[in-house]
Structures are given as structure tokens and as C-alpha cells.
Design a protein around this ligand. Structure first.
Ligand SMILES: [Zn+2]
Length: 263
């Protein structure tokens, strides 16, 4: 008995038990942090996707230096944003505006959206690009019924002719290439921003692409087609963005802004 106790002590000295316990605790904390980070990042993208592309494009056109100030205020305070907008028009810095008249929740929201526009560069000119070079037709069909209402449309369909070249919207790593039932010939890119970019119904995939390799913004993805469940529809690119938390987001307003900035 004494020998067994002795043996146990030699195999599992207290210090090792303590080290293992600490390592497990650290792992749990890190995993939790990653999950929380992914969630807050995903929430941020979700909130950003609700900003009107028309408002962004208008202020990038007329106030390129301070478009984020205007967009944050108008997105939260419209239609009572006039007094703040006037101050910006008079050259007052965003941080020195007279916020009186705004309730504390509105004030918090304006600051939050201003922070998002600073931190997440989806709308920032030059950071992303439109996936096609030609003017193309697309509308906001995110959430529309598919397969008789069995599932929702989780992206934007961009229409053009078969064979139209399709380019990567961002820098990233090639994660999936090839066939799937709905998407047909598809390419999936893990962006440097952590999101998954999905290009579906391709007629052909750029043969130089290899899973695991990096891809740059503007590099050729393939050509437009109608493969997969698009076989009965006109040729189009189904473009989707999946957030780190697995939610497919509406890419429409980003596409609009990228298209404007890619001209
Ligand atoms: Zn689609």
C-alpha cells in the first residue's frame, strides 16, 4: 500500500497536477475569448450591413474626408440629424460637436457606428473591390424564399453574360474549390478579415487556384455561369459572405459601395 502511494506520488507529483490544471484553465479562457471575439466581430459586421449604401456613396462623393462622421450621424439620427450635419458642414470636428438634443442612447449609437466605420473597412474606399469589372445587374434579394420557402436566399445574385470574368473582392486564403450541389462550381475564400467569401454557379474556375494558397484582391476567381441549382436560371454569380460565427450576411450594401469605388 505504501509502495502504491509512493508510486502515485512519483508519477503525479503535485506540481505536475497544478501545471495541468493551470493549462486547462488557460485553454478554457482562450477558447472563450475567441468565441466572444467572433461573436462581437460578427455582431459588428451585422450592424454594418444595415447601413444604407446610398448614404455612404453620397457622402464619399461629396465629403470624402469626413464621410464616416456624416454616415454615423445620419444612420442613427435620421431625420433629426440636421443640427449635427450643419455643424459638420461648418467645419466643426466630429469630436467637438454639440450633441445636446440627442438622448444618451442615440449618442452612444452614433459613437458606436463611428467606431465600426473606423475599425471595419468594408465601406472604406480601396479596401475591397467589386467582383466584376463590367456594369452588372443585381438587386437586394437576401432573405427571399428559395425551393418553395424551404430555405432563404443568403447572398446577392449578380447577373451578366456567361464567361464574364469574376475577381476576388479581397486578400485571403483559398479554402474550397470545386463542386457542391447548390453552388455548382464554386470557390470559397477565407478573407484576411476572418469572413468566408463564396463565389457560386461559376462556368469555369481559374485553374491556377489551389486550396491552401493565398489569393489577392483582384485575382481571377473564374467565369460566370449557371452551374448547380442555377441550371434553369440566367447566368449569374451568387456572391455570399459568411461571418466567423457561421451566419450568412446580406452583402448588398457593400457590393454597391465597392462597385461605386471600383469605377
Ligand atoms: Zn443566389
Amino acid at each position: 500500500m505504501k509502495l502504491i502511494k509512493q508510486l502515485k506520488k512519483t508519477i503525479w507529483p503535485d506540481s505536475i497536477v497544478l501545471i495541468i490544471f493551470v493549462m486547462i484553465a488557460i485553454t478554457v479562457i482562450i477558447v472563450k475569448q475567441i468565441v466572444i471575439h467572433d461573436e462581437s466581430k460578427s455582431d459588428a459586421y451585422n450592424d454594418l450591413s444595415l447601413i444604407s449604401s446610398e448614404v455612404v456613396i453620397h457622402f464619399q462623393k461629396v465629403k470624402l474626408d469626413s464621410w464616416k462622421d456624416y454616415v454615423a450621424i445620419i444612420h442613427v439620427c435620421d431625420p433629426t440629424a440636421n443640427r449635427l450635419v450643419q455643424q459638420l458642414d461648418n467645419g466643426i470636428n466630429f469630436n467637438n460637436l454639440d450633441w445636446s438634443g440627442l438622448n444618451s442612447e442615440e449618442f452612444k449609437q452614433v459613437k458606436y457606428y463611428h467606431y465600426l466605420l473606423d475599425q471595419y473597412l468594408f465601406f472604406t474606399p480601396g479596401e475591397y473591390q467589386f467582383p466584376l469589372q463590367e456594369p452588372s445587374h443585381y438587386t437586394d434579394t437576401y432573405g427571399a424564399d428559395r425551393e418553395g420557402g424551404q430555405r432563404k436566399h443568403e447572398g446577392t445574385d449578380i447577373f451578366n453574360q456567361k464567361g464574364t470574368l469574376i475577381f476576388s473582392v479581397c486578400n485571403g486564403t483559398l479554402e474550397r474549390i470545386g463542386w457542391n450541389r447548390l453552388g455548382g462550381e464554386r470557390v470559397g475564400v477565407r478573407g484576411q478579415d476572418g469572413n468566408y467569401y463564396y463565389y457560386a454557379h461559376l462556368d469555369t474556375v481559374n485553374e491556377a487556384l489551389v486550396v491552401g494558397n493565398s489569393i489577392s484582391k483582384g485575382e481571377l476567381i473564374g467565369t460566370m455561369g449557371n452551374t448547380g441549382d442555377a441550371i434553369t436560371t440566367p447566368d449569374h454569380l451568387h456572391f455570399g459572405i459568411e461571418l466567423p460565427n457561421g451566419k450568412w450576411i446580406n452583402p448588398y450594401s457593400w457590393l454597391k459601395v465597392w462597385e461605386y469605388n471600383s469605377r
